[in-house]
Write a protein that binds this ligand. Sequence first.
Ligand SMILES: [Zn+2]
Length: 660
Amino acid sequence: MSSVKVLFSGAVEGDWAALFKKVDGVNKKNGPFEALFCAGQFFGPGDDSLDPSDALVKYVTGESAVPVPTYFIGGFGAGANAILEALPASKAPLKYLGRSGVTSVHGLNVAFLDGVYHHATFTGKGEDAAAAGKGPACPYYTPDDVALLKAQLKALEGEVDVLLTCEWPRGLTTGLQGALPEGYRPATSGSSVVAELVALARPRYHIAGGEALHCARPPFSHKDLGAGIRVTRFVGLAPMAHPGKAKSLHALGLAPASTLEPEALSAAPEGCTPSPFDLKQAKREADEMAADPNFSRWQQSGAKKPRRDAPAQAQPIAGKPDVPRDPWQTVVVKNLPWAATEEELETFFGQAGKVINIWRGTNPRDGRVQHFTHVQFSTREAAERALQTLHNCDFKGRQVHVEPSTAGTAGTGRGREGAEGGGGGAGKPVDGCWFCLGSVAADTELVASVGDELYVALDKGPITPEHVLVVPIDHHPASVALAPSAFAEMERYLSALRAMYASLGRELVGFERHLSLRNKGGNHCHINVIGVPPAAGRRAAEAFKSAAAKAGYQLELLPPPTRGSGPEELRQQLERAVGGCDAEYFIAILPDGSRLVRPLMRGERWPMALGREVLADLAGAPERASWKACALKPEEEAARAERFKTLFGPYELQPGEGGQ
Ligand SMILES: [Zn+2]
């Protein structure tokens, strides 16, 4: 995506005619611009509740033209109440951004905070506290305004392209050498609230009004939180009516961060300094920062040319290849201080038990270092202890988060009720899903039996003629996430198929793979089942185990359900074994009903073909592992479906069988 041409303006103070005249000129000369953002007071001096002047009203009614779509904060001053009330219904390209928040304009993430700091309003202390901070046109922001913005910043996926405020951040020039901008009072200019927001938002550009001067500070970098440093360029814009004609407009061609390579976001430009807002913390962490080339650059006050190589940042940790990775001995750790060494990690987590492996991967999509680290203990009990005792504990000044290694790998972050990969409501048909029986994409000719909540269909690329899939009718991601009644019906179907295969002198083997798929509403649960000769049935467990071992995974045996135990007990047992309904996993089903289970940890990639390869091997037809080699013509499929229905007929589930 190419860059978006945008204009920024300082305080307009009610002279919209002058602003739009100036913008019109710039737009004709250097445009077209896609948007104009105004930071600083947009209305003239005076009470919010005053009647707006005719000149302002004409922009709302469309009689006067707004040359470039305009987005503003500073929604206070003479006539503000009436105009802000009228604007949402107006067709004029004039939009008040609001009190605070993050919005997207032409792909740019724009964060904003309207108003300025006012002690009584912000702290709720003092006589005028109650009167201030009311209404959309209040010149002062409240703790709620700031809290809302912080919450949206924390929830934001991706970068803040622009931060707009009506105030400069306090401490902007801390540590800068040389003359300060004329008229700037470092001790009193700006607010600490805005400084804190800059440190949190890490915006690429911070545009602010509020001082009677123009200043573009040398860019500064924020500490690496795992995806590299981030750089902010601050531009303070003068009010339009500045007596000395200081700059009040700023033009940028800005490509949204979402379209940029990660390296472009974490590159430190010439003359870049550390963030002035991290300095206090930096002093506390002097040792840590001494290792950061940015920090020494800061102390050298620009005497040397800045280094162009990347500063210290989180490194991947390879881990020991010879230690088999066991999800149950392993925890996932987040919010670690990046400067922590492997030795320090080992010592810290050693409080829970012996640590045998530590690893931190990179994201396969963009090569960035993952924000989580795996710590594996020598026993499962030690991992359990780490979850119980080390979660939220302080480690080198940060609260570390310790989570089970399997939880949430399917990315749903939800419990059983709403468990579903990808999106859409659980159980609702998903357009284009092959397995949703109601979907047009479903191949209904291959359906051999339909129960209350599940159905059996012939596999489209059969390994054997009786290769079938057991599938929930509704869109559910995984068998362990099924309702008890559906899981029970699945077990009845497996029993019926086991009996049918036995009549052919074969034994049932199968598998289920739950990987979170991002498309088509996420995974739709389906269990592959075939019948194999008894000798193959006997070596099935070993075949699955050795295929998994080749890929570096150890399968764990879950014994067959004991006599008298119900399907819900089995479901719960499986759910515990895979680490929850929102976990990704592979389950192999063996002839005696026992299971081999392996949940997946974050960053692990299960070989997609593994299940089919083992089934094809057990069926004595390894060449049929490839699905494509097995595709049949439609007329062959129809004949095969008829043959299977005849075979399965005597074993068909009886109506009402589940309703006991
Ligand atoms: Zn589906």
